[in-house]
Write a protein that binds this ligand. Structure first.
Ligand SMILES: Nc1ccn([C@@H]2O[C@H](COP(=O)(O)O)[C@@H](O)[C@H]2O)c(=O)n1
Ligand SMILES: C[C@@]1(CO)OP(=O)(O)OP(=O)(O)OC[C@H]1O
Length: 158
């Protein structure tokens, strides 16, 4: 048996000098506007994992109204989601994430991101994919107003 889930997240750029992406601090001329650390890659992946088991979405598990999650390290959300699926007898078989922005360039950091996520999930490095695309200057990502990420994951029996 397998289950599949998908997730999508967007955050606006704001003041700051870095963005957190898949648990990696990426230097950038802008920061992220978010309640947590604004890691769109992890948020999308969490939603994919939750969605695979119809467990709601990240905002239901970690409400933006809850001060406990202000500035939170999104790796904690990922660990929670991984524990939830583990308790139900599942683990991530593989995950594929696409980050959408003009900048920062993701490619130079993709290996570190994969290593972070594979370690957090306790799965093989080749089960975690990080990709990136621009939108060819079109739309909010193209104008550099924000960043988006899409994720899909397969769950397999643990
Ligand atoms: N933020 C990004 C966006 C893209 N890349 C890499 O560049 C390649 C070309 O992007 P296109 O949008 O022109 O297809 C893309 O395939 C990525 O490898 C990136 O690293 N960071
Ligand atoms: C992660 C949470 C935590 O409060 O807030 P944000 O960092 O704003 O990110 P979002 O992608 O809007 O998901 C909702 C929340 O769960």
């Amino acid at each position: 048996m397998v289950r599949i889930g998908q997730g999508y997240d967007v955050h606006a750029f704001g003041d700051g000098d870095h963005v957190m992406l898949a648990g990696v601090r990426v230097p950038h001329g802008r920061g992220i506007v978010a309640h947590s650390d604004g890691d769109v890659a992890i948020h999308a992946l969490c939603d994919a994992m939750l969605g695979a088991l119809a467990l709601g979405d990240i905002g239901q598990h970690f409400p933006p109204s809850d001060e406990r999650w202000r500035g939170a390290d999104s790796r904690a959300f990922l660990r929670h989601c991984n524990a939830l699926i583990g308790q139900r007898g599942w683990k991530v078989g593989n995950a594929d994430i696409t980050v959408i922005c003009e900048r920062p360039k993701v490619g130079p950091h993709a290996q570190a991101m994969r290593e972070c996520l594979s370690a957090e999930l306790g799965i093989a490095l080749d089960a975690v994919s990080i990709k990136a695309t621009t939108t060819e200057t079109l739309g909010f990502t193209g104008r550099g107003e924000g960043i988006a990420a899409m994720a899909v994951c397969l769950l397999v029996s643990a």
